[in-house]
Design a protein around this ligand. Structure first.
Ligand code: NAG
Ligand code: NAG
Ligand code: NAG
Ligand code: NAG
Ligand code: NAG
Ligand code: NAG
Length: 490
């Protein structure tokens, strides 16, 4: 009896997929592209075939491996948490799903300011009683209003689909003013004297420890702390504190390191937490001192000085046992619902790809949510030179008066990486030849290869995706649209 031709083909395809080492492998893929409706949109499967000649090639080799991925996330600032609190329960659930659910971006990391920062409604800390050296009045009551409820909802949503922990990195902008030489949480003289009084150096280390304990008693584990947000910035009109690489090293060695090791040995300490341009000198200063380095997990970087990707590679090669984590990135506010600013998506993906092609293990965005003015924030007007306060853009802009959430283009671009690259994935070799495309590739814990490809150009590019591992070289011709990003999985 004759078997219908269609079934034979179907059976053949099925066998090819199930038979490892065979020449046909199905590729699933997702795309976001300007001028289309595609926003992280699933496309029809394509298949690898035998190798062929082409002008442009992206070569993926899973035999050549680099760093292990820790994860992706955003920040639970006071501003984001306040905006979240203004949403009704349906939209709160939607925000959490968009970022933290299996159907959303699958975020598994977050940053949490210790006390107020520029993106707070006002200045606050957890012990404002002057000279309370033993911190008997320490309390995180402030955070119980908006920040902690937001985090708790995120944790319970994630528990419905994963056991993977939410890794929270906590960062202080400033101690209470009374602990500092000039008595202000800001840096009124710039970097001059914007540091701790000697007699409160120990108190400030205990404050970190109490912060971790207090959050733990709320059921929220702090995975790591940075010693100081942007230690070289010294803002005059919002919270800041100055460290040099040497003073940060000495502070870790004498105070913060021993205190956290004693009270919370599971909490990781990250150095620096500032722009990539000076990361090499900070790493050298701190990691070269083994008495300080013994307490440190790795290095945190921000993106505001520009790409500086070679500095990450240099830092890695000097201190290869110290992971590098990107802990902050944001873009200035110039948002309207009708003008989605495509370049911001490309900026984020470019930085994430460049970082991860140079040993960075994860990427944490700044404010998870902001309002229509890119706030609320309380930094002084002089800091922002005429802009309405210091507004930024967030991936999700919220008009809470009308209960509407506006996802920005960079929500989708970041999702093309975060959603498909789970914790424990390994960065693998990807080489782009003959085109202006950017790419990064990973092998997931379930042995799926994930390749993310971006075209920032005005023209579509036809390129061969070539996987060199296996019994045959496998290749597929792909057309990458102008201003697009795509994720391939196989
Ligand atoms: C695409 O491929 C995946 C994995 O092989 C498979 O589960 C899915 O059903 C395919 N989708 C279509 C529409 O063929
Ligand atoms: C929340 O607001 C949205 C948008 O206006 C609406 O569709 C939804 O029903 C509201 N949910 C609740 C619980 O009020
Ligand atoms: C702080 O605690 C220490 C040790 O318990 C104690 O000796 C000291 O008197 C306390 N200081 C204040 C101001 O309460
Ligand atoms: C989480 O861990 C528990 C206990 O090990 C297990 O029963 C459960 O299936 C896991 N859940 C998920 C989503 O993996
Ligand atoms: C990173 O540094 C190493 C060692 O100096 C060098 O061999 C390699 O080419 C660099 N990689 C990149 C992407 O620049
Ligand atoms: C990759 O590693 C496998 C297993 O060690 C080996 O058989 C294969 O030849 C390697 N392929 C390439 C392209 O390095």
């Amino acid at each position: 009896m004759a078997v219908p031709a269609k079934s034979v083909v179907g059976l053949f395809v099925l066998l090819q997929v199930l038979w490892p080492g065979n020449s046909v492998t199905t590729i699933q893929w997702y795309r976001t592209a300007q001028g289309t409706d595609d926003r992280l949109t699933r496309q029809a499967n394509i298949s690898f075939g035998s190798d062929f000649t082409s002008d442009a090639t992206i070569t993926v080799n899973r035999n050549v491996t680099y760093q292990t991925v820790l994860g992706f996330g955003g920040a639970f600032t006071d501003a984001a948490s306040y905006v979240f609190s203004k949403l009704n329960s349906t939209l709160q659930a939607q925000v959490i799903d968009m970022y933290f659910s299996e159907a959303g971006l699958q975020y598994n990391m977050a940053r949490l300011p210790v006390g107020s920062c520029d993106f707070s409604l006002e200045n606050y800390n957890y012990d404002n009683i002057k000279d309370d050296v033993n911190l008997t009045h320490f309390s995180i009551n402030h955070d119980k209003e908006n920040i902690i409820p937001f985090i708790k909802k995120v944790i319970s949503t994630r528990q419905q689909w994963t056991n993977d922990s939410l890794n929270i990195v906590a960062s202080p902008w400033s101690p209470p003013g009374w602990m500092k030489v000039l008595g202000s949480p800001y840096c009124p003289l710039g970097c001059t004297d914007c540091h701790l009084k000697d007699e409160y150096k120990q108190t400030w280390a205990v404050y970190f420890s109490k912060f971790v304990s207090a959050y733990k008693s709320e059921g929220i584990n702090i995975w790591g702390v940075t010693v100081q947000n942007e230690p070289g910035a010294c803002p005059m009109e919002y919270e800041g504190m100055h460290f040099t690489a040497e003073t940060e090293r000495d502070y870790i060695k004498a105070y913060l390191g021993p205190q956290l090791k004693r009270d919370h040995p599971d909490v990781n300490i990250l150095i620096y937490d500032h722009n990539k341009n000076h990361v090499v000198e900070w790493a050298k200063t701190i990691y070269s001192d083994s008495d300080a380095a013994q307490y440190v997990w790795g290095t945190a970087v921000h993106w505001y000085s520009g790409d500086d990707f070679p500095n990450l590679n240099i830092t890695h090669h000097l201190f290869s046992d110290r992971p590098i984590l990107a802990t902050e990135a944001t873009v200035a506010r110039d948002w309207t619902p009708k003008d989605p600013k495509w370049d911001k998506g490309e900026h984020y993906a470019h930085d994430m790809m460049g970082d991860m092609n140079n040993w960075v293990v994860g990427f944490i965005d700044w404010n998870l949510l902001l309002d229509k003015l890119g706030g609320p924030d309380h930094a002084g007007p002089d800091e922002c030179e005429g802009v309405i306060k210091c507004g930024s853009d967030a991936m999700l802009i919220v008009d809470y008066d009308n209960q509407v959430i506006y996802p920005q283009v960079f929500y989708y671009y970041v999702g093309h990486i975060s959603k498909f690259v789970p914790r424990g994935s390994i960065k693998i070799s990807n080489i782009v030849i003959g085109s202006s495309l950017e790419a990064v590739a990973f092998l997931t814990p379930t042995k799926m290869v994930v390749v993310i490809v971006m075209n920032r150009g005005q023209q579509p590019v036809t390129v061969k995706l070539l996987d060199v591992v296996g019994s045959n070289k496998q290749a597929v011709k792909i057309t990458v649209l102008a201003h697009s990003i795509q994720t391939f999985l196989y």
